[in-house]
Design a protein around this ligand. Structure first.
Ligand code: HEC
Length: 149
């Protein structure tokens, strides 16, 4: 019984688990779209190589990072990060897996949110398997190179 619970915890942790995602070098990323909702402003960024791949209809390369920088009333509140690494999907049970993408929630001081379970991120983004697990795939494909507001 204890072993079964331990095994289950590995598959579906209740609290934040460190994933392989590291906090990226934001300066090297390109801001390609902005999403606004009430007092929330989200700047979404990725690598120039990922933008080029999507524009050319190619798969997004491994070692790609996406950042959703979430501002509240103009102040940074948190960073959502997803990163693709070679073979990273194998860390998860098939039901949870989102290709080779892993997720993490970082506070502005770059520590992770201990209360979040990144299985939640995966269960929602999993619905986007046909567009690289991204919600802003179209915006990325149509990005014209001008930094959005
Ligand atoms: C209930 C669904 C849902 C959950 C849960 C969720 N996301 Fe998202 N995510 C979205 C949507 C929708 C967008 C597009 C931006 C928007 O509309 O706010 C998005 C956008 C993103 C992006 C920008 C790339 C893209 O897909 O367009 C990143 C990075 C991201 N999310 C990371 C995370 C992380 C990390 C977590 C967990 C801590 C998470 N998401 C949880 C729905 C979700």
């Amino acid at each position: 019984m204890a072993a079964a619970i331990a095994a289950l915890a590995l598959v579906w942790p209740l609290h934040a688990e460190p994933t392989r995602v590291t906090f990226p070098d934001i300066e090297s990323l390109t801001h390609y779209t902005t999403v606004r909702r009430g007092n929330v402003t989200e700047h979404i960024l990725t690598t120039p190589a990922a933008i080029e791949a999507v524009k050319n209809g190619k798969p997004i390369p491994t070692d790609t990072t996406f950042v959703l920088a979430d501002y509240r009333d103009g102040k940074i509140y948190r960073y959502f990060v997803m990163e693709k690494g070679a073979g990273w999907g194998a860390d998860y049970d098939e039901r949870r897996r989102t290709g080779d993408w892993q997720f993490q929630w970082f506070w502005p001081d770059r520590t992770i949110n201990e209360k979040e379970n990144t299985a939640r991120c995966q269960s929602c983004h999993g619905s986007r398997a046909d567009s690289e697990f991204l919600f802003t795939f179209i915006q990325l494909r149509d990005f014209d190179g001008r930094t959005p507001d």
